[in-house]
Write a protein that binds this ligand. Structure first.
Ligand code: MSP
Length: 437
């Protein structure tokens, strides 16, 4: 962070589960944030860009047992892979949070206590279906062929549990959505969120008593916090909240909270656009300004999964084709918000067409012209610009406001498209001017 007179922009990625190696999906979410963070910094913002790892829960505990190590050793190792990815992908994040850090435990216990004090959490008994892979609860009616809607296996769980009174927040959430029409993007996903809330909300089980790998519930050692309450809180932990705690930083918190943008994949929108705002309202904390849900990548038409063995490794692709090429492809190929299909053919087509031909050609022609004929110094602006000069200069001048507005709507593919429009115009301009003649 730099000066406080600059407008600030605080954006976050989801924090990644540490039961897996980083793959294209993880790289994609963080890349989208990196793309926006870099733009905002250039545009004069004091940016805080947060990413990190989500390290608690039954899934991680099981993975550690399978690997024959303690959960802490397991998460230390896997979290490091995600930290390394930020280096290899040239991500410019300002902070990297791990949910096993002490600063985060303090924040989670604080939010828990606030919810209890305000009467929103009470002890009860949970019985129902739980999908460990999704770390989510389901009713009988929500199951599809005996599995979670994502296809994850479910197990019947019966245990004492603390409940958050989510059912009480339906009207307040709907009123909030109404008053904040930009809260969720894209709009079609916002409509899905509204329909879900309109359908009625059930109280949410927010603790688990059948395993230990989590943040202990204050004053009840039998329970650990539900991993989503724990995970979502990371966004506010990183601002230096609670201000009065051992890791508190009142100034930083006031500067950063509420966040400008939570970037998420479509699969985890409900947690961010329903549960998180409800927790925050109930704790009387300000709500983030926007949540954007992007789509999912498939690989040559197939769902990406470890069992299919078609996981796309971002490191291998950047090593093969170049990092910036890979980054460009991911941001340009698919309308941001939609699902997209990775294919080697499409990737190579983009590199050859947009980068080598259009941009490469233009740079080569302009730079070698300046180098050979102008002593490698940018020539002075022409005293009497031609109509063609004026047209292309006007188009370039109009670019920043256009790109700014597209970036604020997370229409990243469009921002690149309008920039590449200028590249094409400039190539035509050089063709027409034919300075070599
Ligand atoms: N730990 C939770 C998030 C907690 S945030 C408070 C989680 N982690 S995750 O590692 O499973 O997923 C993180 C992100 O990766 C999600 O935004 C998800 O949408 C994204 N992707 C995982 N696979 C993907 C694709 N195949 N394509 C695009 N993104 C996908 O969920």
């Amino acid at each position: 962070m730099t000066s406080s007179s600059q407008p600030r922009y605080y954006l976050t990625t989801p924090i990644y589960y540490v039961n897996d190696k980083p793959h294209i999906g993880h790289a994609y979410t963080t890349l989208a944030c990196d793309f926006l963070a870099r733009f905002k910094r250039l545009d004069g913002y004091d940016v805080c860009f947060l990413t990190g790892t989500d390290e608690h829960g039954q899934k991680v505990e099981k993975a550690a047992v399978d690997a024959g190590v303690t959960p802490q050793d397991f998460t230390d190792a896997v979290s490091q892979n995600f930290r390394d990815l930020t280096g290899t992908m040239n991500f410019s994040n300002d902070d990297f949070i791990r949910t096993t850090e002490e600063r985060h435990k303090v924040a989670c216990q604080k939010i828990w206590n606030l919810l209890v004090e305000r009467g929103h959490i009470t002890l009860g008994k949970y019985s129902g279906w739980y999908a460990t892979r999704d770390e989510a609860f389901f009713t009988e009616a929500e199951l599809v062929d005996g599995k979670a809607p994502s296809g994850a296996p479910v197990e019947w769980v019966e245990e004492p549990s603390y409940f958050f009174d989510l059912s009480q927040w339906q009207d307040k959430l709907l009123a909030f959505y109404e008053a904040n029409p930009d809260f969720v993007g894209p709009e079609s996903r916002f409509n899905e969120v509204k329909r879900f809330v309109e359908g009625g909300l059930r109280d949410l089980s927010v603790s688990r008593a059948s395993f230990k790998w989590g943040i202990p519930v204050p004053n009840d050692d039998d329970h650990v916090m539900y991993v989503w309450l724990d995970a979502l809180t990371n966004y506010i932990t990183a601002t230096g909240w609670p201000e009065e705690g051992a890791f508190g930083n009142a100034e930083r918190h006031a500067h950063l909270w509420p966040a400008d943008l939570h970037m998420v994949g479509k699969d985890i929108l409900r947690f961010h656009a329903v549960y998180w705002p409800a927790f925050l309202m109930a704790a009387d904390l300000p709500l983030p300004k926007r949540v954007f849900a992007h789509g999912w990548w498939t690989n040559e038409g197939q769902k990406i999964s470890k069992s299919l063995g078609n996981v796309i490794d971002p490191l291998a692709l950047s090593a093969q084709y170049g990092l910036d090429q890979f980054r460009y492809f991911l941001m340009r190929e698919v309308p941001f918000g939609n699902d997209g299909d990775y294919s080697a053919e499409a990737f190579i087509h983009r590199i050859n067409g947009d980068l080598a031909n259009d941009l490469g050609n233009l740079s080569q022609r302009v730079l070698s012209m300046v180098f050979k004929n102008c002593d490698a110094v940018m020539p002075a602006f022409p005293a009497a610009p031609t109509p063609e000069d004026n047209t292309i200069i006007a188009a370039t001048d109009a670019l920043l406001p256009q790109v700014r507005s597209l970036m604020d709507k997370q229409m990243f593919h469009e921002a690149l498209r309008v920039i590449w429009q200028i590249v094409a115009d400039a190539n035509r301009y050089v063709d027409a001017a034919a300075p070599w003649a």
